[in-house]
Design a protein. Sequence first.
Length: 211
Amino acid sequence: MITAKFIAAVVIAYLLGSIPFGLIIGKLKKGIDVRQRGSGKTGATNVMRTVGTKFGILTMILDVVKAAGAVVLAGVIIDSGALTIGSIPLHQMAQVTAGLAAVAGHNWPIFAKFKGGKGVTAYFGTLFVIYPPAAIFGVEVLAISALRSRHMSLGSILGALAAWCLLVPLTIIYNSPPIYLAYGLAAIVLLIYQHRGNISRLQQGTERRLW
């Protein structure tokens, strides 16, 4: 029974993450497929550039909410009490697995032919539930870095790394679950993979600026 619930939580998280809000907003507001414009991604930055700033912000909010909701729902589905996998409480394992599933769904959505975003908003959405202080710090670093460099891609990468770097001392000081560190690292690997083209352009000095 618990195994079935665990699988259900992960599948639901992936499906929630797969909701392509950027694609939907682009079609509703301008009749365009954002996957065929700009960066070809369905995330907030591409929507902002191809549809409009306010719609990019709306996409960002919705993407954060869907990812956060996936983690919250996993915690509700897996009400495991004292059950553990090794030394890890089952509900924590369910939440971080659901978090990764939501990020994967955002990046490779089944509802949009597996062409989605880069995982930034989904990552921070999950982290706001799993470890809010790290998420807040990461968003602050993202905003400052993006505004100063005018590169959203650079801000996103630095923000994600900053959130994880804060997780390390917080885990030690407050004896937080080490699995959160593993989750953050796995999510960052996915995020950097999705930004590999941006990283190459940043190195070449050809990355598009915000303005």
